[in-house]
Design a protein around this ligand. Structure first.
Ligand code: HEM
Length: 134
């Protein structure tokens, strides 16, 4: 992943954090629309958002990405235990991208969105194929 993508994502995260309540509500709406089965997986609606955003923030800021890799592999394994299936990842990503666009509006441009795309693809790839790298 390119450093410029990390920077753009880190920048959006700062903006998202300023309106985290709105972001959270919008994300769940999009997620449950795309993946109705996901509703049953969340014990409460606040858990994922804060952790997800802080996780993404760590990921995008870290220049030495290899350090974080074992943690992402472990995160992927925990998701299996939560009941998350591989087919839920693409709509999850779409829900997240739609929420970013909706929340940040003119603050987000196409370069930032493609940076998010890149970051999420990489994360998802490691979460899902983690075992293969061990
Ligand atoms: C980029 C992909 C994703 C990232 C970075 C991510 C990140 C996280 C993080 C950081 C947590 C906190 C708990 C932990 O660390 O184990 C979490 C929990 C969870 N995630 Fe995700 N997630 C992703 C994709 C998904 C998908 C596709 C689903 C299913 C629709 C999902 C459903 C859940 C559920 C059900 C929990 C547990 C909530 C709880 O028990 O409080 N996640 N996720």
């Amino acid at each position: 992943m390119q450093d410029s993508s990390r920077m753009l994502v880190a920048q959006s995260i700062q903006q998202i954090n300023q309106q985290s309540e709105r972001f959270q509500q919008s994300f769940y709406q999009h997620l449950y629309q795309q993946v109705p089965a996901a509703r049953a997986l969340f014990p409460n609606t606040t858990a994922e958002k804060t952790k997800l955003v802080s996780m993404l923030s760590t990921f995008s800021r870290l220049s030495n990405f290899d350090k974080l890799k074992p943690a992402i592999i472990a995160l992927g394994k925990r998701h299996l235990a939560y009941g998350v299936s591989t087919d839920m990842y693409p709509p999850f990503k779409q829900a997240l991208l739609a929420t970013i666009q909706e929340t940040l509006q003119e603050e987000v441009d196409s370069a930032s969105l493609s940076a998010w795309n890149e970051v999420l693809d990489e994360l998802i790839d490691i979460m899902q194929k983690g075992d293969a790298h061990e």
